[in-house]
Write a protein that binds this ligand. Structure first.
Ligand SMILES: [Zn+2]
Length: 191
C-alpha cells in the first residue's frame, strides 16, 4: 500500500503495555479514530432493525455505546492492570481474543478493535489498530473489517522485519513486563 505508520505508547500498567498505530499525517491514532467514529454514530432506520437483533435500544442514544465504554475502560485500565488474558472478562463486557500469527482483537459485544499481541503468554503487549461493529459471521465477509485486519497484519509483518534487522526489540520493563524498545516508537513502518 505504500503507507507509513508509527507506533504510539498509550497506556502502561503493572501487567501490560498498550500501543496504537497511527497513519502518517492523520490527526489521531487508529483506535482513537475508531472511538470518534462510533461515538458520533447515530443509527439509521435500517440499522435500528439490526440493533434490535443485538437487543440495543436506539430510542435515544443507542445502547450499543455501553459496549464502547466497556471497551475503552478495558484498554485503558483493566488490561494494563491485569494483562491481556484470553476469555478473561472481569470488570466489564470487553475481553481479548487471540487469532493466528499474533493478530487478535479486543471485543465488546459486537465491536472489535483489531491489533497485534506480542510477548510471552500471560505477559503480552498490545498494539491497537482500528475496528468496527461486526455484523457478519466472520470479519472476512465485511470489507471494512477485513481491511482493518489487513492493516494490522501488514504492520505486524513490518514490525517482525524490524525485529530481525535489530532496529527494534521487545524488552523487559523494570517490573518485568514486555514492552517495545524505545526505538519502536520512533520508527516509521511501511505497509
Ligand atoms: Zn442502534
Amino acid at each position: 500500500m505504500g503507507r507509513y505508520l508509527t507506533i504510539e505508547e498509550l497506556h502502561t500498567g503493572i501487567a501490560a503495555y498498550v500501543y496504537a498505530l497511527r497513519f502518517d499525517g492523520s490527526d489521531g491514532h487508529l483506535m482513537n479514530e475508531f472511538f470518534l467514529r462510533e461515538e458520533k454514530h447515530v443509527c439509521s432506520t435500517d440499522e435500528m432493525l439490526r440493533c434490535a437483533d443485538f437487543n440495543f435500544n436506539c430510542s435515544q442514544k443507542c445502547t450499543r455505546t455501553q459496549y464502547l465504554i466497556d471497551m475503552f475502560n478495558y484498554i485503558r485500565t483493566v488490561a494494563p492492570k491485569r494483562g491481556f488474558i484470553e476469555h478473561q472478562q472481569k470488570g466489564g463486557l470487553a475481553k481479548c481474543r487471540f487469532y493466528e500469527n499474533d493478530i487478535g482483537a479486543i471485543s465488546s459485544g459486537p465491536f472489535r478493535i483489531y491489533g497485534i499481541f506480542m510477548g510471552p503468554p500471560g505477559n503480552k503487549l498490545f498494539i491497537a489498530g482500528d475496528g468496527g461493529l461486526k455484523q457478519t459471521r466472520t470479519y472476512q465477509e465485511d470489507p471494512w473489517l477485513n481491511q482493518q485486519h489487513e492493516i494490522v497484519s501488514s504492520a505486524r509483518a513490518a514490525i517482525l522485519n524490524a525485529f530481525k534487522s535489530g532496529d527494534i526489540g521487545i524488552e523487559r520493563s523494570r517490573n518485568g513486563r514486555s514492552r517495545l524498545s524505545q526505538s519502536a516508537t520512533k520508527m516509521k513502518i511501511q505497509i
